[in-house]
Design a protein around this ligand. Structure first.
Ligand SMILES: CCCCCCCC/C=C\C=C\CC(=O)SCCNC(=O)CCNC(=O)[C@H](O)C(C)(C)COP(=O)(O)OP(=O)(O)OC[C@H]1O[C@@H](n2cnc3c(N)ncnc32)[C@H](O)[C@@H]1OP(=O)(O)O
Length: 281
């Protein structure tokens, strides 16, 4: 349904495409005609949480961008405080089986599409990037973050086992001992801390500067043959994507069993209640 709701507009020198839900445009895509770089903006209020429709919109937008022969993708947010708050926790709470299966498959496909994109990818992290928000940023080849925000995978803090492909997202950016400690502690990093451990590549003082730094990174591949670049990237990244490429059903089964267990559901209830109570105080 979303695919048929995706529209492509000609807008002066730019093309704009939108993946729409009933109430809003979940993603916005603008292609700069001069550079050929596409900016993919997450636009799901209030905090870009990833429900089924959002992840489908992200995947479809990335595929459209690749099909449009753009030179690269910059992932960013329309919210100037939150890049993404990760998976939509409401999708995991007392889920209906069919929707949960579709949701988890979409997460797998969205991650594979971003992680193995043929194009150079960069994240302009203009707000908090938590859990799967951090995973999406880590799946990109380059990260530029604004000061004063946080980034990390804090799953173990609220009783979530971290699935292997999420571990691999971190491993493709950080050394193993750092990954192990960060995941086991459920560590959330400030912008400065993230730069110190090279979880992010650069700090920018505004979203415009972040976008510009991401564009410069993508521009650095101007001399590379796009096909050779894409195939080399795929070779380099294939190992970390292996579980999902070869055995998505096994990963799905394991995750579903865990998500629907009383242990997980109880800790999710407690976590959601804490999150909601913050706004009632
Ligand atoms: C052996 C192998 C087994 C494998 C098993 C695998 C199982 C793994 C299962 C799950 C993996 C999950 C990974 C995830 O990504 S889970 C998501 C984790 N994300 C978070 O914890 C982020 C929580 N949010 C925040 O900390 C803040 O909202 C923040 C992003 C910092 C923004 O803060 P602020 O601007 O102050 O906004 P509010 O907190 O007021 O939020 C506004 C409303 O949005 C609701 N909200 C926030 N985040 C989420 C979310 N992720 N999902 C759903 N809803 C969310 C929040 O409650 C507010 O709602 P309301 O206005 O009704 O109070």
């Amino acid at each position: 349904m979303l695919r048929s709701q995706t529209k492509l507009f000609a807008l002066g020198k730019r093309q704009l495409c939108r993946s729409m839900s009933k109430s809003c445009d979940l993603t916005l895509v603008e292609v700069d005609d001069k550079t050929g770089i596409a900016t993919l903006t997450m636009n799901k209020p209030p905090v870009n949480s990833c429900n089924l429709e959002m992840m489908r919109a992200l995947k479809d937008s990335m595929k459209q961008i690749e099909g449009n022969k753009s030179r690269g993708i910059i992932l960013t947010s329309s919210n100037n405080k939150v890049f993404s708050s990760g998976l939509d926790l409401n999708e995991l709470r007392n889920p209906e089986q069919e929707r949960l299966v579709a949701f988890w498959k979409e997460l797998q496909e969205m991650w594979l599409t971003l992680y193995l994109s043929n194009l150079p990818t960069a994240a302009a992290i203009n707000g908090h990037a938590l859990a799967v928000g951090c995973v999406m940023a880590s799946a990109c080849e380059y990260r530029v973050m604004l000061p004063g925000f946080t980034i990390g995978i804090h799953a173990t803090k609220f009783g979530y086992v971290v699935p292997p492909f999420i571990v691999n997202s971190y491993l493709s950016v950080l050394p193993r001992p750092v990954v192990e400690r960060a995941l086991l502690q459920g560590k959330i990093f400030s912008t400065d801390e993230a730069q110190q451990i090279n979880l992010i590549d650069e700090v920018a003082n505004s979203k415009e500067e972040a976008l510009s730094k991401c564009a410069s990174f993508i521009g650095s591949f101007a001399e590379a043959n796009p096909v050779a670049r894409a195939l080399t990237k795929r070779q380099l990244r294939a190992e970390f994507a292996r579980t999902l490429l070869d055995e998505p059903e096994a990963e799905l089964k394991e995750s579903l069993e865990y998500i629907t267990s009383p242990l997980f559901q109880d800790s999710l209830d407690a976590y959601l209640a804490k999150l909601k109570s913050k706004n009632k105080k």
